[in-house]
Design a protein around this ligand. Structure first.
Ligand code: CAA
Length: 265
């Protein structure tokens, strides 16, 4: 195992081109305080810049919680100005994941509440264990979601379901999260990391330049009109024809042979 790195609140390990990021503050159910956010930001940026990493997985330490939200103790004494800065910083972390060149899978191993649900929604693919629970409890704490929940949830689930979950603060179980499309797969807890790894490996076996262009196209397209979106996609499509991977893969197909892996360039 290469690249094992330990910070105090975030663990990072590379396994076969998959960078596993573990939020490691189990005593507080992995709640995000300013230190955790800073370490998470550094870890995501380093993993995105590390050529050995093709895909990232974000999960929480322990078997109870993915992330139980932003740190309520830390927020309890914030002024309006401090609250705004805390949200801006949290958003910077969420955007570092959403805008990472490489795909990020959330392996949701328990509570994904408030900032935890927002972290999961910033990832590209979400899978959950059967004990996972989701909610945006903020309105019950006298605040709005602060790390993008009011923006990403309606984009993911539609306006009505996002309104319902955010305005009621009701908690939902993993099965309902799957039903409404908040997660794409639910598995028993003991299978969660293997399932996330299998998904990551399915991505790793493809041409990584193309994979990264696909992620960028989807994310750009969701923020624009379809004409701008398809023209962005056409640019990306064109760029892929300048890669060795495209030539190798299509030549192999035409010559009816199996391609023996990509060069990823
Ligand atoms: N912030 C700080 N500490 C937290 C926390 C949080 N969000 N969630 C849990 N903890 C701490 C608890 O204070 C407790 O610490 P102590 O042992 O020192 O008392 C420890 O984690 C274990 O938690 P509980 O004893 O409460 O465990 P439980 O099993 O009884 O309950 C829970 C679990 C239902 C998740 C409960 O902990 C809870 O409701 N947590 C808060 C969830 C929440 O409201 N999250 C949203 C925060 S607001 C937000 O995230 C804003 C934003 O959008 C950026």
């Amino acid at each position: 195992r290469k690249g094992v790195k330990k910070m105090s609140n975030v663990l990072f390990e590379i396994k076969e081109h998959v960078g596993v990021i573990t939020i490691n503050r189990p005593k507080a159910l992995n709640a995000l305080n300013a230190d955790v956010l800073a370490e998470l930001l550094t870890t995501v940026k380093e993993a995105d810049a590390n050529p050995e990493v093709y895909v990232m997985i974000v999960t929480g330490a322990g078997d109870k919680s993915f992330v139980a939200g932003a740190d309520i103790g830390q927020m309890s004494t914030m002024t309006a100005e401090e609250g705004k800065l805390f949200a801006a910083y949290g958003n910077q972390v969420m955007l570092s994941i959403e805008n990472a060149a490489k795909p990020v899978i959330a392996a949701i191993n328990g509570f994904a509440l408030g900032g935890g649900c927002e972290l999961a929604m910033s990832c590209d693919i979400r899978i959950a264990s059967e004990n996972a629970r989701f909610a945006q409890p903020e309105a019950g704490l006298g605040i709005t979601p602060g790390f993008g929940g009011t923006q990403r949830m309606p984009r993911l689930l539609g306006r009505s379901k996002a309104m319902e979950l955010i305005l009621t603060t009701n908690q939902i179980k993993a099965a309902e999260a799957k039903e409404i499309g908040l997660v794409s797969k639910v598995v028993p807890q003991e299978e969660l990391m293997d399932t996330a790894m299998a998904l990551a490996k399915d991505i790793c076996k493809n041409a990584q330049v193309a994979v990264r262009q696909c992620k960028a196209c989807i994310n750009h397209g969701l923020q624009t009109d379809i004409l701008t979106g398809v023209s962005y996609e056409a640019e990306a499509f064109g760029l892929c024809f300048a890669t060795e991977d495209q030539k190798d893969a299509m030549k192999a197909f035409v010559e009816k042979r199996k391609l023996d892996g990509f060069k990823n360039r």
